[in-house]
Design a protein around this ligand. Structure first.
Ligand SMILES: NC(=O)c1ccc[n+]([C@@H]2O[C@H](COP(=O)([O-])OP(=O)(O)OC[C@H]3O[C@@H](n4cnc5c(N)ncnc54)[C@H](OP(=O)(O)O)[C@@H]3O)[C@@H](O)[C@H]2O)c1
Length: 190
């Protein structure tokens, strides 16, 4: 059985997934894990079998790890796929580099997820997946802040995308919203 393809991200109430300069400062020097109830984060991570990550997200993750080495944001340790046109320096044997067609990249990472969900990380990468109708669900952790500027949830040029609400719940100081992405035949503007 195949898992879902899920765009999974935290977002300010005004729709930014990072602040100016790719800052991941959500307030009070708190990581995502400090906002969301640990059981919810553990459950979502346990449902995840692989991740497909954009290069800018990867670089922000590296920067955060360097700045705050002991921040354990997300309890996931499965296969990681990095979408990039450039090699990793130094190479990381635990990461598979993919390039080119987004459909092929999602298929490859999904296979590796072993029947669990594939998480898509990065606005540009998520936009490509949404544009191609490859995403099953969007899971957003709305955090209690208005950032005013930064990286928007949707990259420019994304077509209108109709969603079906699946669930909403309070989790710690975050609000979890889950939506199903309606398939292409149910989209109103394609
Ligand atoms: N709030 C959250 O939960 C959350 C989650 C994830 C990310 N973020 C934030 O979102 C920002 C990053 O998103 P982003 O939209 O700027 O970038 P992104 O989607 O992470 O990465 C885009 C880059 O990935 C590479 N890429 C994308 N598609 C490719 C393809 N088909 N083939 C080969 N390479 C490909 C390209 O890099 P190269 O050409 O340079 O290789 C491209 O510039 C960061 O600030 C990050 O912190 C937030």
């Amino acid at each position: 059985m195949s898992g879902k393809v899920v765009v999974n991200r935290c977002m300010s109430l005004d729709g930014f997934i990072a602040g100016p300069g790719h800052s991941m400062d959500w307030g009070g020097d708190r990581d995502l894990a400090d906002f969301v109830a640990p059981d919810d984060l553990a459950e979502i991570a346990a449902a995840t079998g692989a991740m497909l990550v954009g290069r800018r997200t990867w670089e922000v993750g590296d920067r955060m790890a360097a700045e705050k080495p002991d921040s354990g944001d997300y309890p996931f340790s499965g296969p990681m796929f990095l979408l990039t046109h450039r090699p990793l320096v130094p190479p990381n044997p635990h990461v598979t580099i993919l390039t080119g067609d987004i459909g092929g990249a999602v298929a490859r990472a999904r296979d590796a997820a072993g029947g669990k969900d594939l998480e898509i990380l990065g606005a540009d990468v998520a936009g490509q997946c949404l544009q191609r109708g490859l995403v099953d669900e969007i899971l957003v952790y709305v955090l209690p802040v208005l950032l005013g500027d930064g990286t928007r949830f949707s990259s420019a040029g994304l077509s209108r995308t109709d969603l079906e609400p699946l669930s909403s719940s309070r989790s710690g100081d975050a609000t979890l919203l889950r939506f199903r992405v309606l398939d292409q035949s149910h989209q109103t503007d394609r």
